[in-house]
Design a protein around this ligand. Structure first.
Ligand SMILES: [Zn+2]
Length: 280
C-alpha cells in the first residue's frame, strides 16, 4: 500500500465554495492558537502554524522541478504565485480544511496534502510530515499542469504528479503493487484509465498504473517520450486531438508488451522458468 495518503485535486464542483472560504480565511491565528507565520521564497508564500524554516530550500527545489517539467514535457510555466498552507499536525490540517471546505468528506480531510485552483490562483495545503517535500512536489506538479491545461485527464494529472514527486521518477511501492496486480485477471490499459472521470474512481491501483504509464513513456524511445508532451501541447491549443492511447497505438509503440515485461510478476517468471534439475 502506498504509505502516503495519495493526493487529489479537489473536484471543480465545490471549488467556488472553497475559494470563497480560502479568500475569507487568511487568519492571523492558527487553530492551535499560535499565529500563522508567513515566509516567502520567490513565487511561494508559505503560511505555517509552526516555524517553517525551509522555505528557501523548498522554493529552490520546486523551481528546479518546474524547470525539469519544462525541459521534459514542455509545460509552460506561468510563474503564478502559489500560497502554501502548512500544518504541524494532521489534526490541525483536517480541522482547518473541514472548517473552511464543508463539502469535503472525512476521507478528504485525512489526506496529508491538497491542491486547489480557482480563477487561476493555486493553493496547496499540507501537513508537516517527513514526506512534506515529496508532497509539495506532487501538489506543485498539479499547479503547473492545471494552470496551463484545461480538461486534463485525471489519470494523467495524477500519473505525472506521481512521476515527478520523486527526483528519479521511481515509486517502489507502486512497482511492487503492479507486479502483484499483474498476477491476477487484470490487464494494464491506458484506455481504461482514460474513461475515468472523477477522483473517486481513482484508487491506489489507478494511481500506480497512471504513474507506470508516464514512467514507461517518458523513459522509452524518442517517439515514446514525445507522446505526452505532444498531447499536452494539443490540449493547450484546445483542439480535439487523439488520446494518449490512440497516439501510442498510432506510433506503433508496444506499450502493453513493455509494461508486461517490466511488471511481470516474480511468481510468473518463476513459473515460466525451465525446470531443469529435480525439485526436492
Ligand atoms: Zn495528486
Amino acid at each position: 500500500m502506498h504509505q502516503r495518503q495519495t493526493m487529489h485535486r479537489l473536484s471543480t464542483a465545490f471549488l467556488g465554495l472553497l475559494l470563497l472560504s480560502v479568500t475569507a480565511v487568511r487568519p492571523a491565528v492558527a487553530q492551535n492558537g499560535s499565529p500563522f507565520q508567513v515566509t516567502h521564497a520567490g513565487r511561494f508564500q508559505f503560511v505555517a502554524d509552526y516555524r517553517f524554516t525551509q522555505s528557501k530550500q523548498a522554493g529552490i527545489e520546486l523551481e528546479s522541478m518546474a524547470q525539469k517539467l519544462w525541459s521534459e514535457l514542455m509545460i509552460p510555466d506561468k510563474r503564478t504565485p502559489v500560497r502554501v498552507y502548512l500544518f504541524s499536525t494532521q489534526k490541525a490540517f483536517s480541522r482547518y480544511v473541514r472548517q473552511h471546505i464543508p463539502t469535503l468528506t472525512q476521507a478528504d480531510t485525512n489526506r496529508t496534502a491538497m491542491f486547489l485552483l480557482r480563477n487561476g490562483t493555486p493553493y496547496i495545503f499540507a501537513v508537516a510530515t517527513s514526506e512534506l517535500m515529496l508532497n509539495l512536489r506532487h501538489e506543485f506538479v498539479h499547479v503547473l499542469l492545471n494552470t496551463s491545461h484545461e480538461n486534463l485527464p485525471i489519470w494523467l494529472d495524477e500519473g505525472i504528479a506521481e512521476f515527478y514527486e520523486t527526483k528519479d521518477g521511481r515509486q517502489q511501492e507502486f512497482s511492487q503493487l503492479l507486479s502483484r496486480q499483474n498476477r491476477l485477471f487484470w490487464k494494464p490499459s491506458i484506455g481504461r484509465l482514460e474513461r475515468l472521470k472523477t477522483m473517486s474512481q481513482l484508487g491506489i491501483v489507478e494511481y500506480a498504473e497512471g504513474w507506470s504509464w508516464v514512467n514507461l513513456l517518458m523513459q522509452g524511445s524518442t517517439s515514446s517520450r514525445q507522446v505526452i508532451p505532444r498531447y499536452l501541447a494539443d490540449l493547450r491549443k484546445g483542439v480535439q486531438s487523439p488520446s494518449i492511447s490512440e497516439r501510442v497505438a498510432a506510433a506503433g509503440i508496444d506499450a502493453v508488451g513493455s509494461w508486461n515485461q517490466r511488471y511481470r510478476s516474480r511468481r510468473r517468471r518463476l513459473a515460466t522458468r525451465p525446470t531443469s534439475g529435480a525439485a526436492k
